[in-house]
Design a protein around this ligand. Structure first.
Ligand SMILES: NC(=O)c1ccc[n+]([C@@H]2O[C@H](COP(=O)([O-])OP(=O)(O)OC[C@H]3O[C@@H](n4cnc5c(N)ncnc54)[C@H](O)[C@@H]3O)[C@@H](O)[C@H]2O)c1
Length: 260
């Protein structure tokens, strides 16, 4: 069997209407998974997904209802990609407590709630699958090192990195067949980057979008931004039997940005 094959699995992706989320849905489906796409209630249907369910990742009861739905509809869950996220780009002194808390609620609490709600299903399904079940959490290069004007965001992504490692260790200690890994993209051309460029200009860090794009592209060793598909490939790997010995790791996909 192809070690990257995901036939027979059921996967859940949060924030699936966004750049990396929608590429991940397509890549998981291409590898054979039945994909349940979720995003904030306002999102429309998502290409490649078997079904779409509205889910605000900060809503505890919605997570529990979704677990109930998946149990009834599919009877199993093998993969959770906690991808939903928001960015805050601001000076510390200009960041409101509400903004800071919202970023933690989506980026950190969302990952916690998703992991907690789906653990029973993942643990059960992982028993009959090589490599067990898989949780992949989207962190960032911002979860590995600091960045000016990104204190709130990098704090949240640093938390995702260690939440993931401790999840991996807890499941291993308990003998639960669930692996947990984080993915750390560099700059990827999605709606989130557009928001970040706009905020960099508003905060005065860059004069215009062209300068922001050129400077950020040059900060990658490969001299360019990445694509959502280049992140999705790494996510499929971590979810697949090929990664059966990979847990608690940080998969950096950043065009060499953090290599120096
Ligand atoms: N684009 C980058 O350069 C980059 C770099 C590193 C990490 N990341 C991370 O990758 C993930 C995906 O980012 P992206 O670039 O595709 O961004 P994006 O803005 O294109 O997509 C984010 C998605 O999350 C959804 N979302 C936001 N709040 C939500 C909530 N409360 N509940 C459910 N869904 C919610 C949005 O509706 C959107 O569809 C994020 O966690 C982001 O932090 C992105």
């Amino acid at each position: 069997m192809n070690a990257f094959d995901l036939h027979g699995t059921v996967a859940l992706v949060t924030g699936a209407g966004g750049g990396i989320g929608s590429a991940t849905v397509r890549a998981l489906a291409d590898a054979g998974a039945v994909v349940i796409a979720t995003d904030r209630p306002a999102q429309a249907e998502i290409a490649g997904a078997r079904s779409y369910r509205p889910l605000d990742v900060t809503d505890e009861s919605a997570w529990n209802a979704l677990a109930h739905f998946i149990e009834g509809e599919h009877g199993r869950l093998d993969i959770v990609v906690n991808n939903a996220g928001i960015s805050v780009t601001n000076r510390i002194v200009d960041t409101t407590l509400a903004e800071f808390r919202k970023c933690m609620a989506v980026n950190v609490e969302g990952v916690f709630l998703g992991t907690r709600a789906m653990e029973p299903l993942l643990a059960r399904s992982g028993k009959d699958r090589k490599g067990g079940s898989a949780i992949v959490n989207l962190s960032s290069v911002g979860g590995l090192r600091g960045a000016a004007f990104m204190t709130t965001y990098t704090t949240s992504k640093g938390a995702v990195k260690l939440f993931t490692k401790s999840t991996a260790m807890e499941y291993a200690a308990l003998g639960l067949p669930i692996r947990a890994n984080s993915v750390h993209p560099g700059g990827i051309d999605t709606g989130m980057m557009d928001t970040i460029y706009a905020r960099y200009i508003e905060t005065g860090l860059f004069a215009d979008e062209e300068t922001a794009r050129a400077t950020i592209s040059a900060s990658h060793a490969l001299g360019r931004m990445g694509t959502a598909e280049e992140i999705a490939g790494g996510i499929v790997y971590l979810c697949s039997p090929a990664a059966s010995f990979v847990t608690g790791s940080e998969l950096v996909i950043d065009g060499g940005m953090t290599a120096h």
